[in-house]
Each structure stands twice: as structure tokens, then as C-alpha cells.
Design a protein around this ligand. Structure first.
Ligand SMILES: Cc1cc2nc3c(=O)[nH]c(=O)nc-3n(C[C@H](O)[C@H](O)[C@H](O)COP(=O)(O)OP(=O)(O)OC[C@H]3O[C@@H](n4cnc5c(N)ncnc54)[C@H](O)[C@@H]3O)c2cc1C
Ligand SMILES: Cc1ncc(C[n+]2csc(CCOP(=O)(O)OP(=O)(O)O)c2C)c(N)n1
Length: 597
């Protein structure tokens, strides 16, 4: 008897059917896609089932960011399906975005038939060549007999170890051909790629002993804690509670430790808090958990935390010593490592030097008193920080997910929206992709239909993927697009003002669309607020609308985002709100219209 008669899961089917079957077998409930000639067999197979729901986006970039939002907010893999040629090239930005932010993404691309590959066929492009540097791995499937195994491997690689995007490029004849489908449990993928998750015990012990000996310790946490899953956040909270050690996070790790937690220092880095950055600079032991010493964090490398001993916990060995040399690397999943650290802490009966820790916290309290996120809200003109703060206050008691675009509004969101839980914050950190937030919000809303999903946006960024409002309307996804409309590419303008002699070269958003009318044109709802006194009422109105909303929040045009460590400077060379008062900044609150150059 052959396998097919003994195991009913092994079946003959077409390549297109295998794609859908593999999705079902890997628990995929939603995929984001856009059809075209080279994927029509797969679309046909999708048509004939209803286990996997297809969400039709309006541009393949939107499919990718929606899948990213879906993945980040659920902890599951995001799946996208695009056609060959322009479908695949339009997917490149979200693939690179997912690679840099460690988001698990499976991208299925159609390809011209195998007999035409290399002939400049209609809508042919070298998808595996183009996506090789922006994926964790990619495959061109040359035979239908290889397809099932490749699909299982793709899901395994995307979700194991350091998560990331993968591409499976499937020529049209392979989709039509019939072959043998073997289920995931018969796949050899897991034996070929099995990244280490459990840490070396001796290193874990050495790390906790080092921590216990510290006088000025700090936890530097990152996106890896989110990647590891909610248990890692729980263990982090337990470890912080046990030791009393102050904790900061990168942009990507927000929510792993609660913003209301008593040991919270705020975000660190270029736009991080004064206290977080100075704690990093002056600490004697730094425990890095799932963060990658990005340049937005380190600033000037030779001045980065000069006197600390550094422990680096990371699942990806290639992250270790990449930017900063560390004293004690630990390879493993941060959740597993935290569990082992807590066990070792207890077994060894360790305690912190409470006197030294109290002194360190006293120093941190003095830095905190500097009130580095201060801004002035008086009068009618809405300060952007105030808008985010009010949004936070009025939504904090709900199940709220925040996505962002890229720019000042993104940093204000990170600074002023207090995240209490992991997986509630979706932002493009590594690539900094304008246009990420709206489609990401769509993906989040599809995964969490009853939640409040808000894209905190900028007037420039939101125009990059605005077309996905149409998808939101189609799928009755009541996303809220909260635009901090300053009529500028604010972050660009800020850099031009502070670092390029205030020459505001092409950063004014000339000819902005009427966002209210635009929302209405899409079939959504538009709201506009111009006065601070009207803000709360309008936010409440927005929350209650169960349809997609664009909220045009007109804010002070020239407000700047502080603190700011200018590129290449050290942590202790930070610009604070009242230290950067050149005339334009001082006038920011009153400025409307063109810049006061
Ligand atoms: C305009 C702008 C301004 C910015 N300013 C700031 C700023 O002020 N501050 C800031 O923090 N960022 C800022 N960023 C974001 C910044 O560019 C980086 O994206 C961010 O700092 C990287 O975060 P991370 O180190 O947590 O790494 P991630 O990119 O989240 O990487 C996670 C790390 O953890 C590892 N990992 C993954 N999974 C696991 C696991 N299960 N277990 C263990 N390890 C794991 C990975 O291998 C990787 O090394 C800004 C971005 C933009 C666009
Ligand atoms: C696709 C893309 N192009 C260009 C940039 C460079 N960039 C970073 S922030 C920014 C301006 C963003 O303006 P806006 O969306 O209005 O947000 P604001 O900074 O005003 O809050 C630009 C152009 C980018 N990050 N992404």
C-alpha cells in the first residue's frame, strides 16, 4: 500500500489547491491580497472554499502592511498573495519593513510559467532575485511535487527563531499541475531549521549574578520581548517586580512593560526620555532583552554607555556584537531566558543592593523632574502632544490598538500614548515606512473586529496608502485615522529647521486634500477639529462611530518633537524642549500657515 491509501492527509491536488490547503493546515484564517493573471488558479481555489477569508486590498503594499498589522497584533503569521511582476515589486516595501521589524509574513507570489522564465514574458520579474535581500528566505517552486514541502517550510521559517518575511514564488503551470500534498506534520522543515530557544544555564547564572552585583542597573527591552509572546511580557514584569530595576524600552518594545509601572523610564533613544537615556548612559549593568542596539538608540557609538557591563539576550546570533560589543551574550528566546533567570535568581537566593538601588532611583527621579516631555497647551490652537494625550485619556479604558505612520506624530504617539499591554502598538520602526499605519490598522481590525483601532497619522504619510480606506469600507472595518495635520512633513521640517539652517526645502504640504470630503468620498465619515475646546467631544464622537473615520485634527504647524538626540550625538547631548528655543520653535504655538522663517 502506498502512503496515499494509508494516510488520508496525503492527497492528490493541484498546486493552487495545495496553497489553500497549506494555509488551512497552518491555521490561516485571513489573507490579504490582490489578484492578477499569474495567481488566477489560486484565486480560483480560494473561490471554492470558505475557511480562509481573502481581504481584497487596493495596492499590494497595503496587503503587506495589513498582514504585518494582523501578525503583530495577534502573534500569528501574516499572509499575503500577489501576482507576478508589478504585484511582486509592489510587495517589496512591506517585505523589507517586516524584515527590519521581525514580523512573520508569508508572501505568495505568482510567476510566469516555468517555460517562459527568463524570456521577458508579460509581467515577469525576477521575484526571488529582487526579494532575496528583503526576506528571511525565499523559494522559486519549479515542480508541483516540491510545493507542499516548500509551503510548510515557509510557514516554519517565517515564524521560528527571529520571525521575518518569506516569499514563495509559484509559476502558473505549477499552480495548474497536479501533485501529491503531504500535511505539515510530515514535513522535514523543523529538522532543517531549528533555532536555539533555551539558553546556556551557566550564562544565565552569570547574568543574574552580574545583575545582583549592580549599583546602577537598567533593563533595556525591545521588540524581541513582543515577538516572544505575552508570557515574556509577564515574566519581564515579574522580574522587574522582584528586583526593582528600572526598565526602558525601544519603540518596538512598548507595552511589554506597562507605561504605568513604577519602574518605567519611558522610551529611550533619539526621541526617548531624558531619564531613560541618561540611565542608559550612566548605568553600570545593562540587561538588553530582545533589542538590537539600533543607531536610534546608541547615538554616537563610541560614547554609548561607556561604563556599563552589558548582557545581550537575543534569539539571533547575528545580532550579537553587531553594533555594540557586549560582555555576556545569551542566545535564546527572551521568554525562555527570563524564566531561566527568575529560576536562577531564586535558586541562588540573590538580592539587590537596596541602598545602591535607592540611590540610583534618587538620581533617576532628579532626571525625571526635568520634565522632558513638557509642552504648553493654552489657547485654541491644538498642540499635537495634547491631541495624543487626550486620545489616550479617552480611549485607555477600551481595548485599543494603535498603529502609526512615520514622522513626528509617530514619536508623539510613542511618548504620550501609554501602552499597558504587548501587541497593542504597531509601528514601522526599522524601515520607517510612511504609509504603514492605515493598512496596518485594517489588518489589526480584521483580526480584532470589536476593538478600537486607531492609526495616529501625519497629513503627508496618510496620503501614501489612503486607497485602503476603500478596503476598510468594503470589509466594514471601522478603523479610525487620526491625522495630526500640521500641513508639513513635520519631521523633515524639524530636521531642516534644527540642522539645515531653517531652509524648509519641499517639506510644506502644499495642496492638501480636504480629508473630511475624502473620507466621505470613500464612504466613510470625516470629522475636523480646529480648536482645543472641541477636541474631547469630537474624539468621543469618533469612538462611537462604527464605520471608518478620518479625523482631521488641525494642530500647531511648527511644533517640534523633543527630546531629540541629533544623529551621531551622545545620549547626554540631548536637546530638550526649552533648550532648543530658536525663534521658530518659540513661535511654534502661534504659528499657522507658512513657516516663520
Ligand atoms: C522617525 C523614527 C524615529 C525613531 N526614533 C526612535 C527612538 O527615539 N527610540 C527608539 O527606540 N526607536 C526609534 N525608532 C525605531 C528604530 O529605528 C528601531 O526600529 C528600533 O529602535 C529597534 O527596536 P529594537 O532594538 O527593539 O529591535 P527590533 O527591530 O524589534 O528587533 C528585535 C531584536 O530582538 C531579537 N528577537 C526577536 N525575537 C526574539 C525572541 N523571541 N527572543 C529574543 N530575541 C528576539 C531580534 O533578533 C532583534 O535583535 C525610530 C524610528 C523612526 C521611523
Ligand atoms: C516612504 C517614505 N518616504 C520618505 C520618508 C522620509 N520621511 C520621514 S518622516 C517624513 C515626513 C512625514 O510627514 P507627516 O506624515 O505629515 O508626519 P509629521 O512628521 O508631520 O507628523 C518623511 C518624508 C519616509 N520615512 N518614508
Amino acid at each position: 500500500m502506498d502512503d496515499m491509501t494509508t494516510n488520508p492527509a496525503i492527497r492528490k491536488m493541484t498546486g493552487a489547491e495545495m496553497v489553500v490547503q497549506a494555509m488551512k493546515d497552518h491555521g490561516v484564517e485571513h489573507l490579504f491580497g490582490y489578484p492578477g493573471g499569474a495567481v488566477l488558479p489560486i484565486y480560483d481555489a480560494l473561490f471554492q472554499q470558505d475557511a480562509v477569508q481573502h481581504i481584497l486590498v487596493r495596492h499590494e503594499q497595503g496587503a503587506g502592511h495589513a498582514a504585518e498589522g494582523y501578525a503583530r497584533s495577534t502573534g500569528k503569521v501574516g499572509v499575503m498573495l500577489v501576482t507576478s511582476g508589478p504585484g511582486a515589486t509592489n510587495a517589496v516595501t512591506p517585505l523589507q519593513d517586516a524584515l527590519m521589524d521581525s514580523i512573520p509574513l508569508v508572501c505568495i507570489t505568482g510567476q510566469v510559467p516555468t517555460s517562459l522564465i527568463g524570456s521577458d514574458a508579460f509581467q515577469e520579474c525576477d521575484t526571488v532575485g529582487i526579494t532575496r535581500p528583503c526576506t528571511k528566505h525565499n523559494w522559486l517552486v519549479k515542480s508541483v511535487e516540491d510545493l507542499a514541502e516548500i509551503l510548510h517550510e515557509a510557514f516554519h521559517v517565517a515564524t521560528s527563531g527571529r520571525p521575518g518575511p518569506v516569499v514563495v514564488d509559484i509559476p502558473k503551470d505549477v499552480q495548474f499541475a497536479t501533485g501529491t500534498y503531504t500535511p505539515p506534520q510530515m514535513s522535514r522543515a523543523a529538522s532543517r531549521y531549528h533555532p536555539r530557544v533555551d539558553a546556556d544555564r551557566a550564562r544565565v547564572r552569570a547574568a543574574v549574578e552580574l545583575l545582583a552585583s549592580a549599583k546602577r542597573p537598567v533593563f533595556y527591552t525591545g521588540g524581541g520581548v513582543i515577538n516572544s509572546g505575552p508570557e515574556a511580557s509577564r515574566l519581564l514584569r515579574e522580574f522587574v517586580a522582584r528586583t526593582g530595576i528600572p526598565v526602558t524600552s525601544t519603540l518596538m518594545g512598548l507595552g511589554a512593560y506597562p507605561a504605568s509601572g513604577e519602574n518605567w523610564l519611558g522610551m529611550l533613544g533619539m526621541h526617548g526620555t531624558y531619564e531613560a537615556n541618561l540611565a542608559m548612559h550612566d548605568c553600570d549593568v545593562m540587561m538588553c532583552l530582545g533589542a538590537r542596539f539600533d543607531d536610534r538608540i546608541t547615538g554616537r557609538l563610541d560614547a554609548f554607555s561607556p561604563n556599563s557591563r552589558k548582557v545581550h539576550v537575543d534569539i539571533d546570533p547575528s545580532s550579537i556584537n553587531k553594533n555594540v560589543r557586549v560582555d555576556l551574550p545569551i542566545i535564546g528566546d527572551v521568554g525562555h531566558v527570563l524564566k531561566a533567570m527568575l529560576e536562577a535568581w531564586n535558586e541562588l537566593g540573590l538580592t539587590m543592593d537596596t541602598g545602591a538601588l535607592a540611590e540610583w532611583k534618587g538620581q533617576i527621579a532628579r532626571w525625571k523632574a526635568r520634565n522632558c516631555l513638557a509642552y504648553r497647551q493654552d489657547g485654541d490652537i491644538i498642540m499635537p502632544q495634547h491631541a495624543v494625550k487626550r486620545l489616550y485619556e479617552l480611549t485607555r479604558d477600551r481595548k485599543t490598538y494603535i498603529t502609526t505612520e512615520v514622522g513626528q506624530h509617530q514619536m508623539w504617539a510613542a511618548q504620550f500614548y501609554g501602552f499597558e499591554e504587548p501587541n497593542r502598538w504597531m509601528t514601522s520602526g526599522g524601515l520607517g515606512t510612511m504609509g504603514y499605519g492605515l493598512p496596518a490598522a485594517l489588518g489589526v481590525q480584521i483580526a480584532h473586529p470589536d476593538a478600537l483601532v486607531i492609526d495616529i497619522a501625519g497629513d503627508a504619510s496618510v496620503q501614501m496608502t489612503m486607497q485602503e480606506m476603500s478596503a476598510a469600507v468594503q470589509y466594514e472595518a471601522p478603523i479610525k485615522i487620526f491625522i495630526l495635520n500640521n500641513q508639513y512633513m513635520g519631521m523633515v521640517r524639524q530636521w531642516q529647521q534644527l540642522l539645515h539652517g531653517n531652509r524648509l526645502s519641499h517639506s510644506y504640504s502644499e495642496a492638501l486634500p480636504d480629508f473630511v470630503k475624502m473620507a466621505e468620498a470613500f464612504g466613510g465619515v470625516g470629522l475636523r477639529v480646529e480648536k482645543a475646546g472641541d477636541l474631547d467631544g469630537a474624539i468621543r464622537e469618533m469612538i462611537d462611530i462604527r464605520r471608518p473615520v478620518i479625523f482631521d485634527c488641525c494642530v500647531a504647524n511648527l511644533a517640534n518633537c523633543f527630546p531629540m538626540i541629533p544623529s551621531g550625538r551622545a545620549h547626554n547631548e540631548m536637546l530638550l524642549p526649552d533648550e532648543a528655543t530658536d525663534e521658530a520653535v518659540a513661535n511654534a504655538i502661534d504659528a499657522k500657515g507658512k513657516a516663520l522663517v
